[in-house]
Write a protein that binds this ligand. Structure first.
Ligand SMILES: *[C@@H]1O[C@H](CO)[C@@H](O)[C@H](O)[C@H]1NC(C)=O
Length: 255
């Protein structure tokens, strides 16, 4: 009975208000706050909430974390990570698990990059400063810059995909802000170039990055960094988001 009421309520929310593209399935990559194919470095002290992993590169590509190996040899810990650290040279089943996660990360990137048709094409010529962005598919045939604060506005069931052929760069001390209940887990940035978040800047969402992600001094992210080359942190804070996507997916099924 209680279950019925809940399902009916979710169905009502979904049919009335869910807006934006279908959720991007991160698969096993969605269990990492940071995943990289070629390395993760930190200039201490960073603070990461969630697991981090590298593959196919080995643990020597995780630098600045002062890793402490677990007794199982399957994972390590660091005072900078609230979660576990994984690398391709750790004991089984870690290498196989990472191969699956990296594959899922690449599938998610390709999925996000291939979505059509855009609701917005080259909005603001790639300058999101000062903009309020509702749910939808945004496509940019360029680099995207965030030189002043920008706002992502929508409900917890709404979704956003930002596709770009260039880089994503945020100026120092600027913020991406969420309003109306918008969830970082429902926001995907598909970046064909690199991501650069300036010193003291704050970003929101899932970063699916073809190359690198650089987080400068005291920058922060509420989201995930899923990068196909290196991730560099400098006293950065990366916090994996609350699982809002579950609600969106449940709603999708019920519609
Ligand atoms: C973990 O690695 C160390 C060093 O190579 C080794 O001595 C130890 O036996 C390993 N532990 C397990 C559970 O495999």
């Amino acid at each position: 009975m209680t279950k019925f009421v809940l399902i009916a309520a979710l169905g009502a929310i979904a049919s009335v208000s869910a807006a934006g593209p279908a959720a991007v399935n991160l698969g096993k990559a969605g269990t990492y706050a940071i995943l990289s194919k070629s390395g993760i470095s930190t200039v201490p002290t960073s603070a990461i909430t969630g697991n981090i992993g590298v593959s196919p590169i080995a643990s020597t590509a995780i630098t600045g974390f002062s890793l402490k190996m677990d007794s199982t040899n399957r994972s390590a810990t660091s005072t900078q990570v609230t979660g576990s650290v994984y690398a391709a040279d750790y004991a089984a089943p870690t290498p196989e698990d990472l191969t699956v996660a990296i594959g899922d990360m690449e599938i998610a990137y390709t999925d996000a990059a291939g979505r059509t048709p855009p609701d917005h094409l080259n909005l603001g010529s790639g300058d999101l400063g000062g903009k309020t962005l509702g749910p939808g598919l945004y496509k940019f045939g360029s680099t995207v810059i965030i030189p002043t604060d920008c706002t992502i506005s929508g409900l917890p069931t709404d979704t956003w995909i930002f596709q770009m052929s260039g880089d994503l760069t945020m100026a120092a001390n600027k913020r991406v802000k969420l309003i109306g209940g918008a969830l970082a887990s429902n926001i995907v940035w598909q970046v064909a170039g690199y991501v650069e978040v300036g010193a003291g800047a704050h970003m929101e969402g899932i970063l699916l990055v073809k190359t690198a992600a650089h987080f400068r001094t005291d920058s922060s992210l509420n989201g995930r960094i899923l990068a196909q080359t290196a991730v560099t942190l400098q006293s950065s804070t990366v916090t994996q988001p609350y699982l809002g996507r579950f609600l969106a997916q449940t709603a999708d099924i019920l519609v």
